[in-house]
Write a protein that binds this ligand. Sequence first.
Ligand SMILES: Cc1cc2nc3c(=O)[nH]c(=O)nc-3n(C[C@H](O)[C@H](O)[C@H](O)COP(=O)(O)OP(=O)(O)OC[C@H]3O[C@@H](n4cnc5c(N)ncnc54)[C@H](O)[C@@H]3O)c2cc1C
Length: 395
Amino acid sequence: MPEEASDVVVIGAGLIGLSVAWRLAADGIQVTVCDPTPGTQTSSVAAGMLAPVTEVEYGEDALLALNLASVAAWPGFAAELEALTGLPAGLNRTGTLSVAYDVDDAAAIRRLAEYQRRLGLEVEELTGRETRKREPLLAAGVTAGVWVAGDHSVDNRQTVAALLRATELVGVRLIRQRVTRILTTGTTATGVQLESGDTITAPQIVAAAGPWSAQLEGIPQELLPPVRPLKGEILRLRVPEAYRPALHHTVRATARGFAVYLVPRPGGELVVGATTSELGYDTRVLAGGVFSLLRDARMILPITDELELVESVAGLRPATPDNAPILGPSGIDGLLWATGHYRNGVLLTPITAQVIAETVQTGAVPELAAPFLASRFSEHGQADGSAETVPKVAR
Ligand SMILES: Cc1cc2nc3c(=O)[nH]c(=O)nc-3n(C[C@H](O)[C@H](O)[C@H](O)COP(=O)(O)OP(=O)(O)OC[C@H]3O[C@@H](n4cnc5c(N)ncnc54)[C@H](O)[C@@H]3O)c2cc1C
């Protein structure tokens, strides 16, 4: 079987794999990316919210620091991508409005706002009237809001397209094939085998296979990352010219206890998401999912009834037991994880690329990423969370 060589092989061409490949190749490293369906999976399904503040969950403080670092990195990342490719990266820095439908919903968003303030995050509580002043087409029944200036959004499909072009421009080799096996000698990864039977040898492999990361073959079962697929259905609606812009900001609503978000795109698209279900690799869109998203969206934005339903799709969030990504050493020399980004993979794209590129080139995991090592899930994980070191790839 033909055998080729590369400095680095990246498994997976979603936002994570593509951005890692771009960063490494821009630094002069020879990179090969393998993916049978580049850019078309979870990264193209997502809503594209860049929302460290409104996504914050009780007890996820380490993740918050990483999320904040990544939202801060997004403008530079987008500008660099646009300068290189001449394509839009899709960044939309318009802030986010959390809204509540009834009084119980209002109590819930106020409790969260209180927690966000305790964490030092910038949030501004609004009355129902003030909320509707910012978004005049919201339902008259909206009782309260919380304004979050620092949470933004991106048209993630534009980002994927720009990254595919950027990787091409910096000389990344894209092979449209599945990796069937990670090749090892003893406890060292030496390359990958493709569907065709061909192999690519490389001193460094970065596994960025999203929700499929735990299915990779060739390494011991106990070293596979604990990543599982968490299904989410999402809709894309089209706002007729007469109603544009239906919304000026991302709106995240609590509507009679149900969570729904509406993310407007400058071109008139409105993304409505998302359901959450543990159904393995099932990506069928169920009628119940579409029903509940539309029911909740129209409660908050009554003109939803007048919008064209353009797309309904389901994707698989790469979820982990603690909702945080898995970055860096795998327990196999020469194999790094860049996976498990769960509901924040679009947000975490720039910082993940930075962390993994630095790890590959310096041999050390940056301090910011130390809480996200795979070893935190193993019995022998580093109890102090300190960074591990890995062999480095020279430019
Ligand atoms: C409904 C929904 C809404 C979301 N909304 C947001 C949001 O608003 N904001 C946010 O930040 N995140 C959001 N996310 C999460 C985000 O989409 C993911 O965290 C992110 O896309 C993960 O990127 P990835 O590159 O790891 O995975 P993917 O985009 O799935 O890419 C993985 C790639 O690996 C390839 N692959 C798999 N196995 C192999 C193999 N053996 N060989 C070669 N290639 C392989 C696949 O073909 C795929 O292209 C959402 C997710 C869903 C489902």
